[in-house]
Design a protein around this ligand. Structure first.
Ligand SMILES: Nc1ncnc2c1ncn2[C@@H]1O[C@H](COP(=O)(O)OP(=O)(O)OP(=O)(O)O)[C@@H](O)[C@H]1O
Ligand SMILES: [Mg+2]
Length: 253
């Protein structure tokens, strides 16, 4: 068994107003694993991402990425390993052109312009938006912005992708394209989403977060098919399973 790429142990965090948003979270992400994090509003999903990326400092517990334990001395090194896709793409795009946004990370990491150009072209191709390279980010549609934001992360060669509600605001076609792109990526990923159909289409494992704790972890093919369990936590079966509750097997991912 290979070592996990991300290990979270007994992670706890209380906001200054006293709200305990993480109450002893244990979680592991294995190499190549696409792991969905689901849970009702206020469960602590966004807080968890902020703890993983070091934006919030936990009151207790540890976050380990590979061999590195998140602390002051490793925070920068860990951040370089993590590619965080913000829920709002506008928070991630700030340059005059998409190409500049995608090249920003590589140049900032000290690559030569030629190296950065190569990374940029590769990331644009992976995200399927080579044709948008010279567009101004603010002129893009929501789906195009999401792809540009994804390219701006991929150009830095992250080891782990962290996606916060990636389908929010996408139309069906953009959503399908994002699903296709993510399925082709080999990166391990933590995918936070209320879109259980999207989780079903992309993730092999699922953890359910509830009141700041992981209530359960399991195979996506069993957790997302458990109507009674999902309803107990205020969620519903993925629509594609509601339409086809007699379906035998999970889709071929
Ligand atoms: N800045 C803050 N100050 C105080 N409490 C906060 C803050 N941010 C979040 N909380 C509280 O922490 C808990 C977890 O919030 P969090 O945003 O992590 O939930 P979530 O699972 O991402 O919810 P959603 O599905 O609505 O995005 C909630 O009770 C929330 O009210
Ligand atoms: Mg949230």
């Amino acid at each position: 068994m290979t070592d996990p790429v991300l290990t979270i142990q007994a992670l706890s965090y209380r906001y200054p107003n006293g709200e305990a948003a993480a109450r002893g979270i244990d979680f592991t992400l294995n190499p190549g694993e696409k792991h969905g994090i689901i849970g009702p509003n206020g469960a602590g999903k966004s807080t968890l991402l902020q703890l993983v990326t070091g934006l919030l400092k936990p009151d207790g517990g540890t976050v380990r990425v590979g061999d590195l334990v998140m602390d002051k001395s490793h925070r920068a090194a860990i951040r370089r390993k993590l590619g965080l896709l913000f829920q709002n793409s506008d928070d991630q795009l700030f340059s005059l052109t998409v190409r500049d946004d995608v090249a920003f990370g590589p140049l900032n990491m000290g690559m030569t312009p030629e190296q950065a150009e190569e990374k940029t072209l590769g990331a644009l191709a992976t995200a399927g938006i080579v044709h948008l390279a010279d567009r101004a980010p603010h002129t893009l549609s929501g789906g195009e912005k999401k792809s540009a934001a994804l390219a701006s992360i991929l150009s830095m060669d992250p080891e782990i992708l962290l996606l916060d509600e990636p389908t929010a605001g996408l139309d069906p076609r953009s959503r399908r394209e994002l699903i296709r792109t993510l399925r082709e990526l080999a990166h391990p990923m933590m995918v936070i989403s209320h879109d259980l159909d999207f989780i079903w289409d992309t993730c092999s494992r699922v953890s359910l977060l509830h009141e700041g704790r992981i209530a359960l972890t399991g195979e996506a093919s069993s957790v997302l098919r458990d109507r009674e369990l999902l309803e107990r936590y205020g969620m519903e079966l993925p629509l594609q399973l509601q339409r086809c509750e007699w379906c035998g097997g999970k889709n071929d991912n």
